[in-house]
Design a protein around this ligand. Structure first.
Ligand code: SAH
Length: 230
C-alpha cells in the first residue's frame, strides 16, 4: 500500500492517497493540502514519497498513508474549536494538519499541543512549523510544542477531544486516558513484540471502549537517553 501513493508533488501525493481510498474525506484532503511535507523532512528530494523518513535522534516522520489513516479515524471527534494532543510529535507535520482541522475560515480556532521528548526535535518542529506559515499560531498558543514525556500527556492543556500517539506504548498509559475528554477518541499503537493500533473511545458518561484496529510497527515510546559524559 505504501509506495503506491508516492507523488512528484504534494498535490499528487494527496491525490494518490485519496485515489487509493486512504483519505476518505474532503476535510482531510483539504487539511493535508495546506501542509507541505517538504518543510518537515531532511531530504526534500523524497518529500512526497509515501514512506517514513529519518529525521535524526532515532526518530522518523511517519509515512503519509499512516498520517492519513490516523486522521481518518480521529476525524469524527475533530471540528473547528477542538483541542488535540499529539504525543511524539517529531517533525511537527501532523500538528500542522491537525491545526488546520481545528481552525475554520470564520475564525474559530481550537488548540493543538505536540509533546516531544527530544529537545532538538522540539526545535526542529518549531522551525518547520514556522516555515510552513504557522508562526502566528505558535505565538498566540493555538499551536504549542512542549518538551516532555508524552506518556504522561500534558495536563495543563487537558482535556483533549482527540489524542494521537506517534510511538508505541507497551500498555495503554492511564494518564492519556484520563486526559481524554468525554466524548473523546485516542489513536495509539500498543504492544511490544507485536503492536496494534487501538482506538480508545470515551463516551459522554466517561465509559472507555478499546478497539484494536490493525497491526503496525512503530518505534517505541521511550525514556530519554542520558547525555554521554565525555
Ligand atoms: N509523528 C511524528 C513522529 C513519529 S516518530 C512525525 O510523523 O513526525 C515518534 C516520535 O516519538 C519521535 O520523535 C520520538 O522522539 C518521540 N518519542 C518517543 N518516546 C517519547 C516519549 N516518552 N515522550 C515524548 N516523545 C517521545
Amino acid at each position: 500500500m505504501a509506495w503506491r501513493c508516492t507523488g512528484n508533488t504534494s498535490a499528487e501525493l494527496i491525490a494518490n492517497l485519496a485515489k487509493h481510498g486512504i483519505i476518505k474525506s474532503e476535510v482531510v484532503t483539504n487539511a493535508m493540502a495546506k501542509v507541505d511535507r517538504a518543510h518537515y523532512v531532511l531530504d526534500k528530494a523524497n518529500a512526497y514519497e509515501d514512506s517514513p523518513q529519518y529525521i535524526g535522534y532515532d526518530a522518523t516522520i511517519s509515512a503519509p498513508h499512516m498520517h492519513a489513516h490516523a486522521l481518518q479515524y480521529l476525524l469524527p471527534y475533530i471540528k473547528p474549536g477542538s483541542r488535540v494532543l499529539d504525543v511524539g510529535s517529531g517533525s511537527g507535520y501532523l500538528v500542522a494538519v491537525l491545526y488546520h482541522l481545528v481552525s475554520s475560515s470564520s475564525g474559530t480556532s481550537g488548540k493543538v499541543v505536540g509533546i516531544e521528548h527530544i529537545p532538538e526535535l522540539v526545535k526542529f518542529s518549531v522551525d518547520n512549523l514556522k516555515k510552513d506559515g504557522l508562526g502566528g499560531a505558535l505565538d498566540d498558543g493555538r499551536v504549542e510544542i512542549v518538551e516532555g514525556d508524552g506518556r504522561k500527556g500534558y495536563a495543563p492543556a487537558a482535556l483533549y477531544d482527540v489524542i494521537h500517539v506517534g510511538a508505541a506504548a507497551p500498555v495503554l498509559p492511564d494518564a492519556l486516558v484520563n486526559q481524554l475528554a468525554s466524548p473523546g477518541r485516542m489513536f495509539i499503537p500498543v504492544g511490544t513484540g507485536s503492536q496494534a493500533i487501538w482506538q480508545v473511545d470515551k463516551d459522554e458518561n466517561g465509559d472507555v471502549t478499546k478497539t484494536p484496529l490493525f497491526d503496525v510497527m512503530y518505534v517505541p515510546l521511550t525514556d530519554r537517553k542520558p547525555k554521554p559524559i565525555f
